[in-house]
Structure formats: structure tokens, C-alpha cells
Design a protein around this ligand. Structure first.
Ligand code: SF4
Ligand code: SF4
Length: 502
């Protein structure tokens, strides 16, 4: 088995390294804004009103949608607004949010102080994880209970201890500071999924975290595995391919192949929920970039503004560009008032740079060498540029993980991934339009069928009525004949009687 081999990808040195990784608890924010829309599923519905007092950990919005988790208040205080606001998302669309103003007390709602996982059923634990608002904290935000519910014949549990991108150190900080909690979280997951093996995948430059976890490694099923510190090695499907040599097709999920992959921060959140009875109300966020004096990791309440922790890192007074997530796959945000949500693993604050001029493709082939999913970005680019969706699909456009490795190495500074994202959107739109046409065609066909059926039924009904009428008329004639005969008989009898009496 070709283990620990990652195709393509790039080695990128952390541009803003930290000497000693620590976690700084951020002060309580004076206000939090909590979005109601989650990664998938419908928007949660508020179950509090403006003016209502809420406690930390209290459920303030929920939905019946199985894919969603409830939203919890991350501070105690008063609900001051329920309205639409901009959230950090590629779409740039507004979504419903609940704003809470802090009372400075951080009073928690009564928690049940956790449950004994060894005595709890799989179903109870998954429900508890859902109620505690846990989603993937690695950056994807996929609901954890959905993964667990869809798990089929789990043979391997992979704990992903890799950072998504260079420059992010929140998971490293978490493993160094909470190794025991991570290990306990793994035991809970193991109890739920029943896997035979557990692999904790950790990059080879994270020696301190590796040793911290090693101290609490007391289960023979669990193995710590170092992998190369190479960008995109942490992507779930690539990690599974490298560790287990299992290929997960683009339209399929790892859980369908018996592999459960969980991020280390999610694993710690599961520990907090199950053993301590604490819902997910905070997370660790890295603040880094060329515009801040100190690069650090902060534990911060969800819904606090980016500014709340960026200011702790002392940004300079230049014009900044702000990005949520990594330098490669992150999302640009307009300002520091954006709220921290469950998928905010990093905030990059950089000094604004002059845009780099793009040049024509020189066919150097560099992009083809680094693609971690073995695509041919150079070829794909020509088709994507010409909006040739069919040809782009022939070149496996849908397998592109939008990692931007190809952009990074392109000497002509072409934003190849942006073309691929755009072409994917065109394709999605075409599919949507095609579905609409198909639905319209189906409706038309059904109408035609319905009209023909109605006509046939009407004709059959009329024929039946006609036959009925004919029968009735025939019956009537018989009846009339009978009556006429009876009258005749009566007349005859009367005449006979009259004759006799004379
Ligand atoms: S790296 Fe850039 S210039 Fe080179 S082949 Fe790819 S797109 Fe063309
Ligand atoms: S963005 Fe897509 S095409 Fe470019 S390297 Fe990544 S996966 Fe390959």
C-alpha cells in the first residue's frame, strides 16, 4: 500500500511563524452577532424575542432540518436585534442573525454536566452532539451528527491534526494545550463508530503537539502518524488516499466507504459536549498576516467581531486586506466588523499590495505538476476561459478542490482556480436550467396525458350513459307495453263484467 504519498501539492513555508505557540483567552465581547444560516440546510428559526434576556449556552434558534444544529447564545445578556446582516460567505449575501448585548456576567444556562459515554447508546450520543451545536471546525463546517448518522461499517477513524493551510496554527495550539481532551474525544468517537483502527494524522513539523498527544496514548487501536508538511495534505479525501489507499469518488463521501474523518478541534468539542455538557460557544482562531505585530491564537466567543481579536494582535494603521481562512483558500471580507463563526479558523490581516499583472500562458506546465488531484490545469484553463463547459467536464473540472496550488506556481500569475470556480458555477446553473426544462417538459407531457385520459374517460362515460339510457328506454318500452297490456286487460275484464250483469 502506497502510504503517506501525496500527489502534487506544494511546500509553503509559514510566512509568519510563531516562536512559542500559546492560546490567549480573548476577553468577553460586549456584543455578539450569531448567523442563523449554517453550512447546509435551512436557516434556523429564532426561539427568543428582541428584549429577552438569555444565558450563555442557551438555545436561541433551531430548525427541524436534520442537517442543522441549534444555535446557542455565546454570552449572557439581552437580545437586541433579529435581522439580516452580512455574514462571511463567498456569496456576499445577507442572512438572518441574532444580536446579543453582553451583561458582562457570562451566566451559563444549567448544563447537565455531561453524560457517561460508556453507558450511553450511539443514538443518545449522536443526538447529544447535535444538540450541542457541533459542526466540523476544520473550516468546512459540515454537521458532525450527519457524518455519524451516515457512517457505514466504519473500519477506520482518522483524526485530522493537520492545519488546512500554511500560516494557520489553531489546531497545533489546541493539540499542544488540550492533548488529554483530544484523546478523550477520540475514545467517545470510537465508542460511537466502533472502528478497528484510529490514525491521528499530524504534520511532521508539529513535534511539540506530537509529543503532547503521545503522553496520553494508552489505547492499542490508536496510532499517531506523521505526514509531510505539505499544502493540501490535510484535505480529507487526499489524506484518506495517502493513509489508507482508498479513493473517495467526487460524488461520494468518506463515511460511505467506512472511514470517519474528524478534525482535532471537533474532537475536543465533542469531549466538551459529552463529558462537560458544554455546547459549542467558542473556538480557537489564529490571527496572522503582515499587518499585525503579534501572531497569536485566541479562544474567542462565537459571534464576536474580527476586530475584537485582531486588535489584541496590534494591527498597524495602514490600509488592510482581511481574509477569513487561509492565504490560499480563504474568503476576503470587507471589514473587521465581520463576525467570527464556527468555521473561522484564521484571520489574515495583510498590508494592501499592488495587484500583480497577469500575463499570457507560456505553456510551462508547472501547474500540471502541482495539482493534488491529478488534473491538467493548463488544458482546463483554455476550456474554462472559453466557457466550454462540456470540454471542462471532460477534463474532470468537478474534481478540482479549488486549492489554488496551480495559481501559486504560475509564472504568468493567472488566477486559474478562479476560472474553474466560475466554470463550475456555469455548470451548476446549466444543470439547474436543464432541470427546469426537464420539469417543464414533464409537466407538459403529463398535461397531454391528463387531457387524453380525461377525453377517453369522458368518452367512456358518455358511451356508458348512452347505453344506460338505451337500456332504460328499452326497459321503459317493456314497462309501457306491460302497462298497456294491463290497461287492455282491465278494460276487457270490465266489459266482460258489464255484459254478464245485463
Ligand atoms: S503554470 Fe501558468 S503559464 Fe505555466 S502552463 Fe500553467 S497556466 Fe500556463
Ligand atoms: S485549484 Fe484545482 S486545478 Fe488547480 S491545483 Fe488545485 S485542484 Fe488542481
Amino acid at each position: 500500500m502506497a502510504r503517506h504519498k501525496f500527489n502534487g501539492g506544494i511546500f509553503i513555508k509559514n510566512p509568519y511563524p510563531i516562536d512559542k505557540i500559546k492560546i490567549v483567552p480573548a476577553p468577553l465581547p460586549s456584543k455578539v452577532v450569531l448567523p442563523l444560516q449554517q453550512r447546509i440546510g435551512e436557516e434556523a428559526k429564532p426561539c427568543v424575542r428582541v428584549g429577552e434576556r438569555v444565558f450563555t449556552g442557551q438555545i436561541i434558534a433551531k430548525t427541524e432540518d436534520d442537517f442543522c444544529v441549534p444555535i446557542h447564545a455565546s454570552i449572557s445578556g439581552t437580545v437586541v436585534a433579529i435581522d439580516k446582516q452580512l455574514t462571511p460567505h463567498h456569496s456576499g449575501l445577507k442572512s438572518g442573525c441574532i444580536t446579543i448585548e453582553s451583561d458582562g456576567k457570562d451566566e451559563w444556562i444549567d448544563t447537565n454536566f455531561g453524560i457517561n459515554f460508556l453507558r450511553s447508546s450511539k443514538k443518545t450520543l449522536i443526538e447529544h452532539i447535535q444538540k450541542s451545536g457541533i459542526v466540523g471546525l476544520g473550516g468546512a463546517g459540515f454537521p458532525t451528527h450527519t457524518k455519524l448518522n451516515n457512517l457505514k461499517n466504519c473500519h477506520t477513524l482518522i483524526i485530522n491534526g493537520t492545519e488546512c493551510e500554511p500560516g494557520i496554527s489553531c489546531d497545533d495550539a489546541l493539540m499542544q494545550n488540550y492533548p488529554q481532551e483530544v484523546m478523550r474525544g477520540i475514545e467517545i468517537l470510537l465508542h460511537i463508530c466502533g472502528a478497528k483502527h484510529v490514525i491521528i494524522a499530524i504534520e511532521d513539523d508539529k513535534q511539540v503537539a506530537f509529543e503532547a498527544l503521545l503522553k496520553y496514548l494508552h489505547n492499542d487501536k490508536i496510532k499517531l502518524q506523521k505526514i509531510p508538511t505539505k499544502y493540501t495534505s490535510g484535505a480529507e479525501k487526499l489524506l484518506i488516499k495517502a493513509l489508507l489507499n482508498i479513493e473517495i469518488p467526487s460524488n461520494s463521501f468518506a463515511v460511505e466507504q467506512g472511514v470517519l474523518c474528524q478534525n482535532v478541534a471537533t474532537t475536543k468539542a465533542i469531549f466538551d459536549a459529552v463529558e462537560l455538557g458544554r455546547p459549542l460557544v467558542s473556538r480557537i482562531v489564529t490571527v496572522t498576516g503582515s499587518a499585525v505585530e503579534t501572531v497569536d491564537n485566541y479562544t474567542v466567543r462565537l459571534g464576536a467581531s474580527f476586530a475584537h481579536i485582531v486588535n489584541l494582535s496590534k494591527p498597524n494603521t495602514n490600509l488592510h486586506s482581511v481574509r477569513m481562512g487561509g492565504m490560499m483558500m480563504g474568503v476576503d471580507v470587507d471589514n473587521l466588523e465581520t463576525m467570527i463563526c464556527k468555521i473561522t479558523n484564521c484571520i489574515f490581516v495583510n498590508n494592501r499590495q499592488k495587484p500583480i499583472k497577469t500575463q499570457g500562458c507560456i505553456r510551462c506546465g508547472q501547474c500540471n505538476l502541482v495539482c493534488p488531484v491529478n488534473l491538467l490545469p493548463q488544458q482546463l484553463y483554455w476550456y474554462a476561459k472559453n466557457e466550454n463547459i462540456d470540454k471542462s467536464l471532460d477534463y474532470n473540472l468537478l474534481d478540482c478542490i479549488e486549492c489554488r496550488c496551480c495559481d501559486y506556481v504560475c509564472p504568468s500569475h493567472i488566477s486559474l482556480a478562479a476560472y474553474f470556480v466560475f466554470t463550475k458555477a456555469l455548470h451548476a446553473n446549466k444543470v439547474k436550467e436543464q432541470n427546469k426544462v426537464n420539469i417543464a417538459r414533464e409537466r407538459f407531457e403529463y398535461r397531454k396525458y391528463r387531457l387524453a385520459r380525461n377525453k377517453k374517460e369522458h368518452a367512456e362515460m358518455m358511451a356508458a350513459k348512452k347505453a344506460q339510457l338505451k337500456q332504460k328506454m328499452a326497459d321503459d318500452k317493456t314497462q309501457k307495453d306491460k302497462i298497456a297490456a294491463a290497461i287492455e286487460r282491465v278494460k276487457k275484464n270490465t266489459k266482460n263484467n258489464d255484459d254478464t250483469s245485463i
